[in-house]
Design a protein around this ligand. Structure first.
Ligand SMILES: Cc1ncc(COP(=O)(O)O)c(C=O)c1O
Length: 459
């Protein structure tokens, strides 16, 4: 713990401590971003009363030496990200990553052991070769066991395909099962990757209205009656970007509409490890109509690009054909790593670590943002901020980026024809350093209260 080793006692004690903070910063003993000791601990350590330390910190704040974050603590001020409003600088690279959603904690420790063992294990040389396109049997075996937790009954390795992340699994559906000109129903706000890929492959998207559980079954029913819909794309266990979760009743109602109109379901599950109360799949209720995709990218390592797809028997060959003619196969080395992490149970520890991190960050965000602005699910990696009228979501995204903060405007997720919600998505997990996370989010909240006109004038 830092404490002032020397300070000048010929002046008020609080000033002397503030001077010591200033001196130690200049001498590099205290570095930018260092956490200052809690006030009571510092008072006890140097034998002064708490009020003296409170006044000393106030003085240091006044001198712009330190900064405090509600619910987090006091830090030596960092100066590399000073805001545009202060500096008037031009475009800077993003310093706070709230756009992408990398896993919050993916310790690389387990990888070291796995890779060391693999490099000496001659019985597993197949993972460096071309293998069955759908993935090695032992990998699919573990994948089938993993998918069973979603409620699939009697699932076996021959019904499962290893893909190059969820994105590849989605593309295999678009190019292997659908054809250009076909139509998929989606939520009015949906995964931006699906929107981009559908456009690339000339697949139409039709928006279906949502309520607080996501897609509304009666609206889907009406759209199917109107005709032309071949499939519906859903994220029932945690919707991206809004974090809405479907109840079991809603899942059954949606399943009934799908069966009634004999359309297909692409069910995308990438976040349910965050929310252990909601892990059942609609696909388990209607296996003949559904493609279930489970990616490990948010809980383990997105760079390994591994997901599992459960495909109805009657579409299996078409789907595998698309896999072969897009990526040939997912990397067996990466599938082996994921398999071992699941088999060894390490995945449960990593999931728990991620849930703990999400919970802490959700708590911070909920304390910081006004409750009329923030909506989310306590278990989600994201929050959704509804902006005050003076901001448009695109302007806010742009100004945040100029201030070094990457966030994503609702427009990127919007399929609807009417007015897009005036909102932005914030990812809570990509910034590894908790202090920087708090600092970035606080800065974003400050921006919310500023007027865009004034910022434009400064720019
Ligand atoms: C809903 C959803 N589906 C799929 C993906 C892509 O996953 P992967 O990295 O496994 O391709 C993402 C990535 O953020 C996502 O949010």
């Amino acid at each position: 713990m830092w404490y002032p080793k020397v300070f000048n006692t010929n002046q008020a004690l609080y000033k002397a401590i503030a001077d010591a903070i200033e001196r130690d910063i200049h001498q590099g003993i205290l570095k930018q971003g260092d956490k200052m000791p809690p006030q009571r601990q510092l008072a006890d350590r140097i034998g002064v009363n708490l009020t003296t330390i409170t006044r000393a910190y106030r003085e240091a704040l006044k001198r712009d030496l330190i900064e405090t974050f509600k619910g987090d603590g006091t830090y030596v001020k960092t100066r590399d990200n000073d805001s545009l409003t202060n500096k008037g600088t031009s475009q800077k690279p993003s310093s706070f990553e709230f756009g992408f959603a990398n896993p919050g904690t993916s310790s690389t420790e387990p990888l070291a052991d796995i890779l060391r063992t693999l490099s000496n294990d001659r019985s597993k040389l197949d993972i460096f070769n071309y293998v069955e396109n759908i993935g090695l049997m032992r990998h699919r075996d573990i994948a089938a066991k993993w998918l069973s937790q979603y409620g699939f009954r009697n699932l076996n390795a021959n019904q499962v395909i290893i893909t190059n992340g969820a994105m590849n699994a989605i593309v295999c559906f678009l190019v292997g099962i659908l054809k250009a000109g076909d139509t998929i129903a989606t939520d009015t706000l949906t995964f931006a990757g699906l929107i981009g890929s559908a456009k690339l492959h000339h697949i139409n998207l039709v928006p279906i209205e949502m309520d607080n559980e996501g897609m509304m079954p009666d609206v889907l029913d009406a759209a199917c009656k109107a005709g032309g819909i071949k499939a519906v794309y859903l994220m029932p266990n945690m919707h991206n970007p809004t974090s809405k979760v479907m109840s079991d009743q809603r899942k059954s109602d949606i399943a009934a509409v799908i069966v009634k109109h004999d359309i297909l379901l692409i069910e995308d599950d990438i976040f349910s490890f965050t929310n252990l109360d909601s892990t059942s799949a609609i696909s388990a209720q209607i296996p003949h109509n559904s493609f279930f995709i489970c990616s490990l990218s948010k809980v383990l390592y997105p760079g390994l690009r591994i997901a599992f797809a459960k495909v109805p028997d009657q579409y299996y060959h078409q789907y595998v054909d698309a896999l072969i003619h897009t990526v040939w196969m997912a990397s067996p080395l990466n599938a082996e790593i994921i398999t071992q992490i699941i088999e060894s149970g390490i995945i449960h520890k990593l999931s728990a670590d991620n849930r703990a991190l999400i919970s802490k960050r959700q708590h911070f965000a909920r304390q910081l943002f006004d409750e009329n602005v923030l909506s989310s699910n306590q278990e989600s990696m994201y929050i959704w901020l509804t902006l005050p009228d003076r901001w448009t979501s695109d302007d806010f995204e742009h100004v945040a980026l100029l201030n070094g903060i990457r966030i994503i405007s609702a427009n990127k997720f919007f399929v609807g024809k009417g007015t897009c919600p005036n909102a932005v998505r914030i990812s809570l997990t990509s910034e590894p350093d908790y202090h920087l996370f708090c600092k970035g989010l606080t800065k974003l909240n400050d921006l919310l209260f500023q007027t865009p006109q004034l910022l434009n004038a400064i720019m």
